[in-house]
Design a protein around this ligand. Structure first.
Ligand code: 8YV
Length: 330
């Protein structure tokens, strides 16, 4: 029997490609060329599955051009690159990689919070530039983390991980806002108190964004929201570009309307708003919150499992639109 054909759209671990090759006729982009959309569609022709990594837009137009496609397996927990309604309508399954990256991403969110509050990169740049020639009582004095108020916008698995780190590790007072309130046991575990968004903005000493990106969360933090925050507050975004209005944030940082920001994600990344590159009070990292070797392997394994399980047995470990499995394209 002929093996199904799949496409791996970006470079991934060679071991993952080798594993996929045991089940599929694999075309892979191990050269990691950045394909434009027309090229992606061209490469997808005749493929039953695609291994995506979060940047490939899967929508009605692409699905119509690729009638053999049955599954898109994202190596990411976020799936805002998928038009899930269009995929369901076309009978195409989408999968993501939840859970395996939760603790690693929460670690990074907390690291970015600490680095931002305690001015880690700004002070390192100062030292590297040879400017450290004496002690000063207020040199790089930052914001207190322990015992302060940690605000979390978006209280899913990663938000809860950050809350637990703050509450149990740093004695922080944790408040959160989310579309739906957590059950009492989870709130107790995270030592977190539910508040409305205005209270969250007003009371947080450190505000961490961990909500999914959708049209509803576009610019959830813009000029108006920044204006409600404390002038001493820090803002951390480990969620998605587009949730923060980067131009408004750069202006607020420049005018010290908030103290500092830590950003792992950007609108239009890998481009970064030029104003963010010139303000000192921001810590910038290139979307690496899930980037440990073990976690990236676990993400790749789970995405590969989904392709293998679905195309060989009609099942998937982490389906996003399980209803598409029943009416899936054959
Ligand atoms: C990924 C992420 O590394 O999982 C997500 O949603 O943002 C990151 O862990 C990124 O999407 C590329 O795969």
């Amino acid at each position: 029997m002929n093996k199904p054909s799949i496409l791996v759209a970006r470079a991934i671990f060679p071991e993952t490609v080798a594993r996929l090759e045991q089940h599929f006729d694999v075309s892979s982009n191990q050269a990691d060329a950045l394909w434009d959309r027309a090229t992606l569609i061209e490469k997808l022709r005749g493929k039953a599955g695609v291994f995506t990594t979060g940047g490939e837009r899967i929508d009605a137009e692409l699905l119509a051009a690729c009638p053999e496609l049955r599954i898109c397996a994202n190596m990411a927990v976020g799936y805002n690159n998928f038009d899930l309604a269009a995929m369901t309508a076309a009978g195409v399954l989408g999968t993501n990689t939840p859970d395996v990256l939760t603790e690693t991403t929460a670690d990074f969110g907390f690291a970015l919070l600490l680095a931002t509050a305690r001015r880690l990169t700004e002070s390192e740049h100062f030292l590297r530039a040879g400017q450290w020639n004496k002690w000063a009582f207020d040199m790089f004095a930052g914001a207190e983390v322990n015992g302060s108020t940690l605000g979390i916008l978006g209280m899913g698995r990663i938000g809860q991980g950050i809350a637990r780190r703050g509450a149990h590790g740093f004695g922080m007072n944790v408040i959160y806002h989310n579309r739906s309130r957590l059950d009492a046991a989870t709130e107790a575990d995270c030592k977190a108190r539910y508040v409305d968004k205005a209270t969250l903005l007003r009371e947080a000493d450190h505000l961490v964004l961990v909500l999914p990106y959708s049209p509803a969360s576009h610019h959830a933090i813009g000029a108006a929201e920044l204006a409600q925050m404390k002038p001493t507050a820090t803002l951390v975004n480990v969620a998605r570009g587009g949730i923060v209005d980067d131009a408004a944030l750069a202006q607020a940082l420049r005018e010290r309307r908030i103290a500092a920001a830590g950003l792992d994600v950007f609108e239009g990344e890998p481009r970064v708003h030029p104003d963010l590159l010139t303000v000192p009070n921001v810590v910038l990292t290139p979307h690496i919150a899930s980037a440990t070797v073990r976690t990236r392997r676990a993400m790749a394994d789970l995405a590969a499992d989904n392709l293998i399980d679905f195309l060989t047995q009609g099942q998937a470990k982490t389906p996003l639109n399980p209803e598409a499995m029943a009416g899936a394209r054959r």
